[in-house]
Design a protein around this ligand. Structure first.
Ligand code: CTP
Length: 434
């Protein structure tokens, strides 16, 4: 099979051409490999190019950089990882990864592999599935030719996810999640023997041989796919969610609700994409059954603010109940939502059945959360209010009033501050909480 890269964007074609010329000049074989080959054959978009060279990839990337435009606007950034023998050229709209062809062996299950230089055939053999183990030559007379040692093209045609050898899941248990990810994303099926080995890998506890953080990083990729529910259901059916802990219960209903509501989420008002995996994580597990949740989240390498968000989400139903009260003033809505993590607010917006709550959250996101006072502590000092506690309380009351639309301008804020100045601390606190 011969490719002409006509589906590639103009700038990737011109870089590919430069790679081709440099490979020929240096007499090294260069190949496009992995996901990009799969997606080219499936005519699916994929912007990132992976190149494998039967030669020194870092040096190659350095030399290529010299052949590329040098002006500040279009020149790519070169990032090298000498210890891995890899390099990335980052063009901002797309990137190209360079690696030296390698042969891998795993000293024990779940270990990081021992790597030595190899041929393209070795390099393809170390990969996860046949459909991801094809290459396209981009050197000399073989330019554009498909390299398929392991039957990837047939599996692609027959919509099969197949490992390359029986120890694949043992070598790298994260492939359990990858198998489900590609199966569901591409609408393929995991091939029979692969499925049997995957199930046996799960039942024999291979997952425990990998660092939780590494396994979870692969799980995040699933949670970032466009329609997560079917992936989760498939994993649950395979008993592939046990790594999350012993006492969790899957809440598919909530995931379905999230998926439906997501379609009608006002895109201009919410940023969901960055938060997607976290919001899904909140949705499909009934976290209340979890013991030691925070420790588990630490093992998964969630940072402090994401851990805080997941813990907060456990109480989402209480916040939603508060937001359902009739005659709730805008400033009360503000005070309920303001302390919460953004991802928890999005989670509530996407999983509540109440139109009223959705409307109130929209109001908070688009209006109240953006309101600020025109005056600050310095203005209050000039009025003679020196005490920190009093100052904080007055600013809170002023903000409440502004959110409720009772004051609008700077002079109205100052006038109201002067009125509040005369009140005692107890009176102020009562007014703030009223
Ligand atoms: N790969 C592998 N085993 C893994 C991870 C990656 O064999 N555990 C190989 C596969 O050949 C894969 C390539 O490395 O195609 C790139 O990995 P990745 O970027 O994770 O996957 P893609 O196939 O590019 O998928 P995506 O489209 O989701 O980026």
């Amino acid at each position: 099979m011969q490719f002409n890269f006509s589906s590639f964007k103009k700038n990737s074609v011109s870089v590919l051409d430069k790679i081709h010329k440099l490979a020929d000049k240096k007499g090294v074989s260069a190949y496009l490999v992995g996901g990009i080959v799969r997606d080219l054959l499936l005519k699916r978009p994929n912007l990132d190019l992976d190149i494998v060279l039967e030669g020194d990839a870092v040096r190659f990337a350095h030399e290529l950089l010299k052949d590329l435009p040098q002006d500040k606007k279009t020149a790519p950034q070169l990032i090298t990882y000498n210890q891995f023998g890899t390099a990335t050229l980052d063009f901002s709209k797309f990137s190209i990864d360079f690696a030296t062809a390698r042969k891998e062996s795993y000293p024990y299950p779940g270990a990081l592999p021992i790597v030595e230089q190899g041929t393209i055939q070795d390099d393809l053999f170390r990969r996860d599935f046949t459909v991801n183990a094809m290459a396209i030559a981009i050197h000399k007379d073989q330019f554009g030719q498909l390299v398929d040692y392991y039957g990837g093209l047939d599996d692609l045609k027959n919509k099969k996810i197949r490992i390359l050898h029986d120890k694949s899941f043992l070598d790298d248990p994260t492939r359990i999640l990858r198998a489900v990810r590609f199966e569901q994303r591409l609408n393929f099926r995991i091939e029979q023997k692969t499925l049997a080995l995957l199930k046996s890998a799960l039942s024999q506890g291979y997952v425990e041989t990998v660092k939780s953080a590494r396994y979870f990083a692969e799980f995040i990729k699933i949670l970032n796919e466009p329609f997560v529910r079917k992936y989760i259901q498939r994993l649950s059916e395979l008993k592939g969610l046990n790594f999350l802990g012993r006492n969790f219960s899957l809440n598919v209903k909530l995931v379905s609700l999230l998926e439906q509501n997501r379609k009608v989420l006002p895109k201009n008002n919410y940023c969901f994409d960055d938060q997607q995996w976290l919001v899904y994580l909140m949705s499909f597990v009934d976290w209340r059954y979890w013991e030691g949740l925070e420790d588990k989240l630490k093992q998964f390498n969630l940072n402090k603010s994401n851990r805080k968000a997941v813990l907060e989400s456990q109480n989402a139903s209480q916040f939603i109940k508060k937001l359902q009260r009739i005659n709730l003033a805008k400033n009360k809505i503000y005070r309920i939502l303001k302390p919460l993590s953004y991802s928890v607010i999005v989670y509530m917006r996407l999983t509540t059945q109440s139109k009223l709550v959705r409307r109130r959250i929209d109001g908070f996101i688009t209006k109240y959360s953006l309101i600020t006072l025109s005056i600050d502590g310095n203005d209050l000092k000039r009025l003679g209010i020196a005490e920190d506690q009093k100052m904080g309380c007055i600013l809170d009351i002023l903000l409440n009033r502004k959110i409720n639309g009772q004051i609008k301008t700077r002079s109205e804020e100052l006038k109201e501050a002067r009125r509040l100045q005369r009140k005692s601390m107890n009176e102020l606190m009562a007014e703030r909480n009223s």
